[in-house]
Design a protein around this ligand. Structure first.
Ligand code: ZN
Length: 189
């Protein structure tokens, strides 16, 4: 490693500051941010205000920096939670999944069966209508078609329920994780 030329070294402006902890006068290179007091060994940070250099004990600065970092981290997590809620609301609009009293409507396997049953009722109705008109082939076709339609509808509703429940689990897990991170930040305060 090359040592800086002596002349350059000498030309560097030096600052006279006072150790904030013990009051010892210190002569430091002008550009340094941190300095160790030659008297009390405190680690000091050099700060400028009103055109003069002052020293501060680093611990206090550290604490303040940590607090700010924590606040920023907290803000970031809250933002992520908001974003998560927002995305969830877009994906599953609350209005579409709530009844008139504001209670959330949850589709169940029962809902799927009910839908299939309603389609079955229509199927029977049309099949009987065709039978009474003595169009028997048509009656059979209608009966078969409605059985398939009922089954397809039931499966579709069940798939929708499964998809919703998986998404809900993922949403709740992600939210829970962020809440825990937030809790840990608050604990450290
Ligand atoms: Zn000191």
């Amino acid at each position: 490693m090359n040592a800086p030329p002596k002349q350059l070294e000498a030309n560097k402006p030096r600052l006279s500051v006072t150790c904030i902890r013990c009051g010892a006068p210190l002569s430091i290179p002008g550009e340094v941010r941190f300095v160790t007091c030659t008297h009390c060994r405190s680690t000091l940070v050099v700060q400028w205000s009103e055109g003069a250099a002052h020293t501060k004990v680093l611990d206090a600065i550290d604490q303040r920096t940590e607090r700010i970092e924590r606040e920023v981290a907290e803000l970031r997590i809250r933002e992520q939670i908001d974003q998560l809620d927002h995305q969830w609301a877009i994906q599953y609009p609350p209005r579409a999944t709530r009844d008139n009293n504001g209670r959330p409507i949850r589709l169940t396997a029962g809902s799927a069966n009910k839908a299939a049953f309603m389609i079955g009722v229509f199927g029977v109705f049309f099949a009987v209508l065709a039978a009474t008109a003595e169009i028997y082939v048509f009656a059979v076709v209608i009966a078969v078609a409605f059985v398939f339609l009922a089954m397809a509808t039931r499966n579709s509703v069940l798939r929708g329920i499964a998809k919703f429940e998986q998404a809900e689990v993922r949403y709740k897990e992600a939210r829970q994780k962020l809440q825990e991170e937030l809790g840990q930040l608050t604990l450290r305060q």
